[in-house]
Design a protein around this ligand. Structure first.
Ligand code: CP3
Length: 346
């Protein structure tokens, strides 16, 4: 199938659609017993990321088992940092045994050709392209520089991000140097994914909402603009930008160069559409916790989002953040079916 014919790609570019496309962040994951079985076969999570055949297999699972409209390649936002020299473990959350806090730490980070740093990613995408052969579009992704920097500086997941904020406030030169390096890596990495078969790319800036709008504009926004303006295939491969907690940043990020802004559930998608919908398409934004409710509540909440967006093109249905590992796959299947049935255009 021609890329432009996929529902997902047409919705991202606000072209004519028959219904709203749907996929789910973290759709290949632990809530599926089929995923857990393959992960066990691979060893651990990082082994699975670096095993192209098995990573391609779990990427396709939600397309076949749940019925989503797209396949996101299986990897993690942190894996390319291993290619830069970082010592990464998952336990079960990510841990860097050599966190980045000084100039010499930053200087030690190397920018290598993605084919050298993450050869398995190119291979996963090539396998997906050949196995899917036009049945579903392939989504590539990367972590955005600030979100990557927060894990590098903290050395693990964090609630307060105190070390990260201190570095950005106290030592702007160091922060800039780190952001520049991560930006360069990310541009190379996303272009490499597109060359190897990614048909849409999403930049995950999960933690960018922890800064005020003013600080976001100073510390993060220029790098996002640089990344989106450096991605090849503009107008062909849609670019998506996701932040968890973005309501105070919407006016700014509408101009970041992305085709699609992916919203967390605290935003009212109808209000956001009225505000920035003339500039970008929107993705989202069901609260992931809704999937723990009974089917009638799931239906009510899905229909509410579809109604708020209305019949125009320019909406990709998704959760407002990743799916939880304890969700019943039948509930997700029902959510996907409901989006498909309730969003049909005449
Ligand atoms: O969406 C997909 O299905 C593709 C795969 C994907 C994963 N992580 C697989 C994964 C994607 C796109 C991500 C993105 C990611 N990873 C983000 C940005 C989006 C978000 O959710 O905020 C972040 C911040 C990470 C970092 C990360 N990876 C954390 C904090 C954890 C631990 C979380 C936990 O619940 O334990 C991971 C691990 C991870 N990444 C898992 C999966 C399927 C679970 C690991 C396992 O199978 O044991």
């Amino acid at each position: 199938m021609n890329d432009q014919e996929y529902l997902l790609i047409r919705a991202a570019f606000k072209q004519k659609i028959e219904r709203t496309p749907v996929w789910v962040m973290r759709q290949a994951g632990r809530y599926l017993s089929e995923y857990r079985a393959v992960r066990e076969k691979a060893g651990n999570f990082l082994d699975l990321c670096q095993n192209p055949e098995l990573a391609a297999e779990v990427s396709i699972q939600p397309f076949e088992l749940i019925g989503v409209d797209a396949v996101i390649m299986f990897s993690d936002i942190l894996t390319p940092l291993m290619g830069m020299g970082m010592d990464l473990e998952f336990n079960p959350g990510p841990v860097f045994n050599n966190p980045i806090r000084t100039l010499s730490d930053i200087n030690a980070l190397t920018i290598v050709d993605p084919d050298e740093g993450t050869p398995y990613v190119g291979e996963i995408l090539r396998i997906l392209s050949s196995e899917l052969s036009g049945k579903a579009p392939i989504i590539g992704f990367a972590g955005a520089p600030f979100t990557l920097a927060s894990y590098l500086i903290e050395g693990q997941s964090s609630k307060l991000f105190s070390k990260t904020k201190a570095l950005f406030w106290e030592n702007k030169d160091l922060a800039r140097l780190l952001m520049d390096k991560l930006t360069q890596m990310t541009i190379n990495y996303l272009n490499y994914q597109i060359e190897n078969g990614a048909q849409m790319v999403q930049l995950f800036d999960t933690w960018a909402g922890i800064f005020s709008a003013e600080e976001y504009q100073e510390h993060i926004f220029p790098y996002i603009q640089e990344i989106f303006s450096s991605i090849h295939q503009a107008g062909k491969v849609p670019k998506v930008y996701y932040i968890n907690g973005s309501h105070h940043l919407l006016d700014t990020i509408a101009d970041c160069g992305a085709d699609v802004i992916s919203l967390d559930w605290t935003n009212d998608i109808g209000e956001v559409k009225a505000k920035i919908g003339h500039k970008v398409a929107l993705q989202g934004n069901l609260d992931p916790n809704v999937l723990f409710c009974n089917l009638s509540i799931i239906k009510e909440k899905v229909v509410n989002i579809l109604d708020k967006f209305g019949p125009d093109s320019g909406h990709i249905f998704n959760l407002g953040h990743g799916i939880d590992k304890n969700v019943d796959p039948d509930h997700l299947r029902f959510m996907v079916k409901t989006v498909k049935e309730q969003s049909k255009r005449s």
